[in-house]
Design a binder for this molecule. Sequence first.
Ligand SMILES: [Zn+2]
Length: 140
Amino acid sequence: MVKSYYAGMDLDAPCGRCKGETRHRILSITDGTPEKLICTSCNSVHKFRAEKPAKATAAPRPARMATASSPKPASSPSRFQELMITEQAGTKAQPYSPAMKWEDGMWMDHPNFGLGKVQRKSGRKAEVLFREGLKTLLSA
Ligand SMILES: [Zn+2]
C-alpha cells in the first residue's frame, strides 16, 4: 500500500510538545515523505517521525549483478588495469602514436596493449608498462 502525502495535508502524528497524537499539517514533502509538520494544537513545527524508523534508512539502489550474464574476464589482467586506472587518476591517457613525444610518467592508451605508463625514455624509444609487461615503443 502506498500512502501519498502532499503539502497542506492533515495528518495525525505524535507531537513532543502536546505529548500525544495530535492533528498536524504537512509543510513540506521530501521524496514523497512528510518532512516538516506543524502541530495544529500548539503550532510548533517539527520534523515528521516515521512510525517505522527501520524503513527510513533507505538502502542504496540494489546492485543488479545477478541478472548480468557477461562473463568476467581473467581477474589478474583486469585487476592490473583497475590499478592502472586508479593510479592514472585525473591525468588523461593519450592515444599512442609513434609521432608523439613520450616522456617519463606519461599515460598512453595503446590500441593493442591498452592503458600503459611510460617508465623510461631513451632516444627515440620509450619503455611502457602495460598489463602484459614492459614494451618498447617508438617515440618522437
Ligand atoms: Zn503540538
